[in-house]
Design a protein around this ligand. Structure first.
Ligand SMILES: Nc1ncnc2c1ncn2[C@@H]1O[C@H](COP(=O)(O)OP(=O)(O)OP(=O)(O)O)[C@@H](O)[C@H]1O
Ligand SMILES: [Mg+2]
Length: 293
């Protein structure tokens, strides 16, 4: 090995070490790090009843204000469900409840027909196969695209074990395929910090996908993206549909039009309307509270 290569290897090790230390220091802190934890045991999600996610009569109040109010909603396996609704409707709070970040005051939340999500902690829920993407990209800027994706697999390992972690050939193949799916094959050796906002979002989605989640929750994924990035993200979600179940919260109606099948409109913490985008856009109540006249 040349001194240059040795030097590069040492630098990469240091960067990876720093990123892992940062991540491991926050393992109990909530959604972001929880999203990078890995399935240790993989209990089967029972979808024989045709539902991967099931919320019934869920309510939560913050200081007497009902942010979620008797919310009932379910999602089929492989479905790409779009959620729209005015600011403060409870969309993000609903994701907080599904991922264990917020505990509801009442109601039930099931993953498949047997896994009662209210019995699990946030980090456990990530391990059950529910990945969550927050609005702001949370990639490791000082690592390359490749290193970020590799890191997504080095989970539940200590810093030392992670340092000696090597991808097996199936994982390498998956990583290579994923790079194409997320449109970053040509950026593989670039530092994540040098990517555009849209590319960082795709990288973070890629990091979630490395863990092969059954359900992906995406909160305003195209906010701040260029039109071209938005179009490519729509393409990406359409390729993920079927292999994963997706719940996508967005305000961008042309994006929703490109990807949507069933659209659920949330308002005041419960479902106001549901149907195709054309159906909900024609609904007087939806026009009144959200879309405007
Ligand atoms: N932890 C909290 N403490 C107090 N109030 C909260 C908390 N989380 C959410 N809320 C309130 O609950 C309501 C629903 O908020 P939420 O963020 O879920 O809305 P949203 O539909 O995601 O809106 P937006 O489209 O603006 O993102 C808001 O009135 C918000 O202020
Ligand atoms: Mg929100």
């Amino acid at each position: 090995m040349t001194p240059d290569l040795l030097d590069e290897g040492a630098q990469r090790l240091e960067r990876s070490k720093a990123a892992l230390a940062a991540r491991n220091g926050h393992t109990e802190s909530g959604g972001r790090s929880a999203g990078f934890s890995r399935l240790v045991t993989s209990p089967e999600v029972d979808v024989t009843h045709g539902r991967i996610l099931y919320l019934e009569d869920v309510s939560v109040s913050f200081d007497g204000f009902k942010a979620i109010n008797k919310l009932s909603l379910d999602i089929a396996p492989g479905e790409l469900r779009c959620i729209i609704g005015p600011n403060g409707a409870g969309k993000t709070t609903m994701m907080d409840i599904i991922t264990g970040k917020t505990r509801p005051d009442e109601g039930s939340v099931f993953f498949g027909s047997t896994i009662d999500l209210l019995r699990y902690r946030e980090s456990d829920i990530a391990q059950l196969g529910i990945g969550r993407k927050f609005q702001k990209p949370t990639v490791f800027e000082q690592l390359t695209v490749f290193e970020n994706l590799e890191l997504a697999l080095k989970t539940n390992k200590g810093v030392k074990a992670s340092m000696f972690f090597r991808l097996d050939s199936a994982q390498s193949d998956r990583l290579a395929e994923l790079l194409h799916t997320i449109h970053l094959a040509e950026q593989v050796n670039r530092l994540a910090g040098n990517l555009s906002h849209g590319q960082k979002q795709w990288l973070e989605i890629g990091m979630l996908l490395m863990q092969d989640p059954k359900l992906l929750l995406l909160d305003e994924p195209v906010a701040g993206m260029t039109d071209e990035e938005t179009a490519r993200t729509a393409e990406l979600f359409l390729t993920l549909k079927g292999k994963h179940s997706l719940m996508v919260v967005e305000h961008d109606m042309s994006f929703i039009r490109t990807i949507s099948e069933i659209v659920t409109v949330l308002c005041d913490g419960s479902v106001l309307a549901q149907g195709t985008l054309d159906q909900v856009q024609a609904d007087e109540r939806v026009i009144e509270v959200y879309l405007g006249r």
